[in-house]
Design a protein around this ligand. Structure first.
Ligand code: FES
Length: 156
């Protein structure tokens, strides 16, 4: 085992070698909702809509939503021209990307959506208005993960 890897990475490699799936502390969440707050999204001084960062963090914490839908507020996710951007990652599906978030009500709706997922214990349908803001993050045609599965490796 490479001594440069920390204990968690060594555990990951051992699990991978045993063809098992490594569970992490957040493996059991239903999804992860990432709001971009990078060079454009949420940067009101540049003319982009506000991202209610503290409000989202407060609501997520108060309602303990992170055990159901993990909240992440990130740096630039890439498609700045569609600011404000968010991305939803759920098990066994492709990430879903949404752009053009602009109204406080939209963020409140997403808090309510996460709350409904928590109450139901399963993913709930997204608000219709959000589906209208969906876009494809990548237009490149490729074979997807199969291109990564054999060649990419953490071991040098
Ligand atoms: S700043 Fe949000 S996508 Fe770049």
């Amino acid at each position: 085992m490479n001594p440069d890897y920390n204990a968690q990475t060594q555990k990951l490699l051992l699990t991978q070698q045993a063809a098992r799936t490594l569970e992490t502390r957040r493996s059991k969440v239903l999804g992860q909702l990432m709001f971009c707050q990078g060079c454009c999204c949420g940067q009101t001084e540049k003319g982009f809509p506000e991202l209610p960062r503290e409000r989202l963090k407060h609501e997520w914490k108060q309602r303990r939503l992170n055990d159901t839908i993990q909240l992440t507020i990130s740096g630039c996710l890439g498609p700045c021209d569609l600011a404000n951007v968010c991305c939803l990652v759920v098990p066994h599906d492709l990430p879903q990307w949404f752009g053009g978030l602009h109204a406080p009500q939209q963020y409140e709706d997403l808090v309510r959506w996460a709350q409904s997922c928590q109450s139901a214990g399963t993913l709930q349908p997204l608000p219709n208005w959000l589906l209208e803001l969906r876009f494809e993050r990548f237009t490149t045609q490729s074979s997807g993960c199969s291109a990564l599965s054999q060649e990419a490796s953490l071991t040098p």
